[in-house]
Design a protein around this ligand. Structure first.
Ligand code: ADP
Ligand code: MG
Length: 348
């Protein structure tokens, strides 16, 4: 269990990389820490590891306050984006290195390194140097090194981001299975929302040193608490459209829409931001009062689906609206008049 209380990290020059952050990570949980570049993810991970000293607040691991303990005494393993393997050591020595630091005896070191290598499919590579390995193999060596010392928690800082897109997916599934088997508490930093949703039990969305929302992948995807989270999560950005309440409905970009739950009883004239994911709107080629009117602009092929961008009908400067349509519905011609009809139950 990892517990962060009132955590603040200020760097010289006044940058508040972590700004009064509270977070509890359960024993065995896989938590993804997600946010844009510069929001403080690495700093938070380094603070948990003990590589940074917090300006204020406490770090607890396994029910013990470790705020004042050096990294070596926290019993956590960190895997970095660039793997940080020792170039002059072979794979076996790299995997066994933390055990050597911990003064584990030679025979046990060998046995543990070999068992870990076997589990990660590295047995045939024990004599190689990192430079003689592919990116995916180097990544597995970094994982093996973390696992071999049987830490109480894994801290991953974007460990898949140096792999190419296809390998990244394989490595992701592998990592998830491994974490399930080992049951070790894991904090996984990423700026890739797809990776976070796919891997994590819970996702902590970070922005400007604070947590914007912490929830299950389904919660942050279906029920984002802020427009920042809504815009950041999802394969395609959520449509966020300005409108206002009137007569029990919402007037948004030329459509009259059913208000989602929380917006049901707003007084007339209240300004709103209406949110609907492109996946949760349908395209109609007939006029609909509950449809956002436009003309087909760019159509992007996503394989099994098409992402259609509607431009304002009058050619004015209204918002663009995006809709995902099944590929088998066919590709609409640019300029075709169309209406984006949000599924009321999925709108925010
Ligand atoms: P992320 O990992 O989310 O990209 P970082 O934790 O690396 O973000 O950085 C958060 C903020 O703290 C950034 O504004 C960054 O410039 C600043 N920062 C990080 N490390 C240092 C440092 N050692 N000294 C000064 N500022 C730093
Ligand atoms: Mg970082």
């Amino acid at each position: 269990m990892i517990s962060l209380r009132g955590l603040v990290k200020e760097f010289p020059g006044g940058v508040r990389a972590i700004d009064d952050l509270d977070l509890e990570i359960a024993d065995g949980e896989f938590l993804a820490l997600l946010g844009p570049s510069g929001c403080g993810k690495t700093t938070l991970l380094r603070t948990i590891a003990g590589l940074e000293t917090p300006t204020a607040g406490r770090v607890g691991i396994g029910g013990r306050d470790v705020t004042a303990l050096p990294p070596g005494r926290r019993d956590v393993a960190m895997v970095f984006q660039d793997y940080a393997l020792f170039p002059h050591m072979d794979v076996a020595a790299n995997i066994a290195y933390p055990l050597r630091v911990k003064r584990v005896g030679r025979a046990e070191r060998r046995a543990r390194a070999a068992a870990t290598a076997d589990r990660l499919d590295l047995s045939g590579l024990l004599d190689r140097r990192p430079a003689q390995l592919s990116g995916g193999q180097q990544q597995r060596v970094a994982l093996a090194r973390a696992i071999a010392c049987r830490p109480r928690a894994f801290l991953f800082d974007e460990p898949l981001s140096n792999l190419d897109a296809r390998l990244r997916l394989t490595a992701r599934t592998f990592l998830k299975r491994l974490q399930r088997e080992l049951g070790v508490t894991t904090v996984f930093v990423t700026h890739d929302q797809g990776e976070a949703l796919a891997l994590a039990d819970r996702v902590a969305v970070m922005s400007g040193g604070r947590l914007a929302q912490v929830g299950t992948p389904a919660e942050v995807f279906q029920r984002p608490l802020t427009t920042f989270v809504a815009a950041f999560i999802g394969a395609t950005p959520m449509n966020l459209l300005p409108g206002r309440a009137e007569g029990g409905a919402l007037l948004v970009a030329g459509a009259r829409l059913t208000p989602p739950g929380p917006a049901r009883d707003l007084p007339d004239g209240t300004p709103v931001t209406y949110g609907v994911r492109p996946e949760y709107a349908d395209l109609s080629y007939e006029p609909r009062e509950d449809g956002l009117p436009g003309r087909v602009g760019v159509v992007e092929n996503m394989g099994t689906a098409l992402l259609v961008t509607l431009e304002p009908a009058g050619g004015g400067d209204g918002p663009l609206v995006q809709v995902v349509v099944p590929e088998e519905d066919g590709e609409p011609a640019p300029g075709t008049p169309a209406w984006a009809v949000p599924r009321a139950s999925r709108a925010l």
